[in-house]
Design a binder for this molecule. Structure first.
Ligand SMILES: NC(=O)c1ccc[n+]([C@@H]2O[C@H](COP(=O)([O-])OP(=O)(O)OC[C@H]3O[C@@H](n4cnc5c(N)ncnc54)[C@H](OP(=O)(O)O)[C@@H]3O)[C@@H](O)[C@H]2O)c1
Length: 335
């Protein structure tokens, strides 16, 4: 087995200044853990970019290798249920936060973070989905469990060109919902069509009207990925007994609201956390993503890059300029 591998390493020097480069790391540098995995694919999420620019809410100590997603082949299972050669994926927990992450060609993690690759997904497809697809799957599972069937009306997805948003549009349309995609990239009509959206809305149109406690009912449910006034507006425009899911804060972490959507329309606001979602539910959602919820459009909305190209994509995701999913092919030996 090789003892060194390539990884993106973010360093802090001088304090408060962060630099990232692709370099060699050794297996011995990895944290202790049960399962050593040779990473074949990773993916880029907004949180990875925060870790890569020194956001201490995500990563406390540097040098550090980001990457909250990894899919690959088990090299050592150390008494766990995993054996060398098993295809597996890891998303969330502490991977890529304070544990060396998927932007390295090897990771070592506790066995209870590891999900066996479900039948119906390749390693590459599992990373096209990645944390974004898993989070979208969790959001959709809340809407389905809330008894919102396709006949109840349209579902709004905010941040629709982003990782979670595009996956939510694709999953919801795959299982028969009419989906309105709210976006800042209205010119990308073909992209949203390929995801299965039935309507594309400029995001300014769904911004909040702060003086009004409630607005005209428009949606059976909303998958919100951006927060702030978009989330406030989503809660005010969801129809009676509807549901809104909240997972992100790219627009804002604040939420300014009255209680009226809850006490007059019976709206439910569901929080979605993918990182620490319990393993039994995690596996159940991955089974759905590999089967009946698997988007038809996975490859059409994916950009595959090498580790050497990752740096510029980190800047682009921070600027909100990426669309769909960006996966990183970790088998590329070029630095
Ligand atoms: N809770 C969890 O477990 C969990 C898991 C994954 C992600 N997240 C969070 O969910 C959010 C989305 O993640 P992601 O990986 O999908 O990010 P992403 O790929 O960067 O997508 C975010 C999208 O939001 C829209 N957007 C960007 N800046 C905006 C602004 N200032 N105002 C309004 N909309 C804006 C853009 O879409 P349009 O141009 O189409 O509008 C952008 O593509 C992030 O906050 C992330 O941290 C949470």
């Amino acid at each position: 087995m090789t003892h060194s591998f390539k990884a993106m390493v973010v360093t802090e020097n001088p304090p408060g200044t962060f630099t990232r480069r692709i370099t060699q790391k050794s297996i011995a540098e990895l944290p202790p853990g049960d399962v050593l995995i040779e990473v074949r694919f990773s993916s880029l999420n907004y949180k990875d970019a925060l870790s890569a620019i020194g956001n201490k809410g995500v990563t406390r100590t540097y040098p550090h290798t980001p990457g909250i997603d990894a899919a690959g082949i088990v090299v050592e299972g150390k008494g766990s249920d995993f054996s060398p050669g098993d295809p597996v994926l890891v998303t969330g927990y502490d991977l890529g936060m304070n544990t060396s992450g998927g932007f390295g060609q090897f990771i070592r993690v506790p066995a209870d973070w590891v999900v066996r690759l479900p039948e119906g997904l390749s390693l590459k497809e599992s990373m096209i989905l990645g944390t974004a697809g898993f989070t979208a799957g969790l959001s959709v599972s809340k809407i389905v469990a809330h008894s919102i069937h396709p006949g109840r009306g349209k579902i709004l997805v905010t941040g629709a060109s982003g990782g979670v948003g595009s996956m939510a549009v694709a999953i919801l349309s795959r299982i028969g919902y009419a989906v309105a995609a709210a976006t800042g990239k209205i010119e990308e009509a073909d992209f949203f069509k390929s995801l299965g959206a039935s309507e594309v809305i400029p995001r300014e149109e769904i911004k909040d009207t702060p003086k009004k406690a409630l607005l005209k009912e428009r949606w059976a449910a909303v998958v919100d990925t951006v927060g702030g006034e978009y989330l406030a507006a989503a809660l005010k425009t969801t129809a009676y007994q509807g549901a809104v899911t909240c997972c992100g804060n790219v627009a804002s972490a604040s939420l300014s609201l009255t209680v009226y959507p809850f006490i007059l329309r019976g709206i439910t606001l569901y929080g979605v956390d993918s990182a620490n979602n319990p393993m039994a539910h995690r596996k159940a959602v991955w089974e759905k993503l590999a089967g009946p919820w698997k988007p038809d459009s996975l490859f059409a909305i994916t950009n595959e890059i090498s580790l050497s190209a990752l740096d510029s994509y980190i800047d682009r995701i921070l600027e909100g300029k990426l669309k769909g999913r960006t996966i990183v092919n970790m088998t590329d030996s070029q630095i």
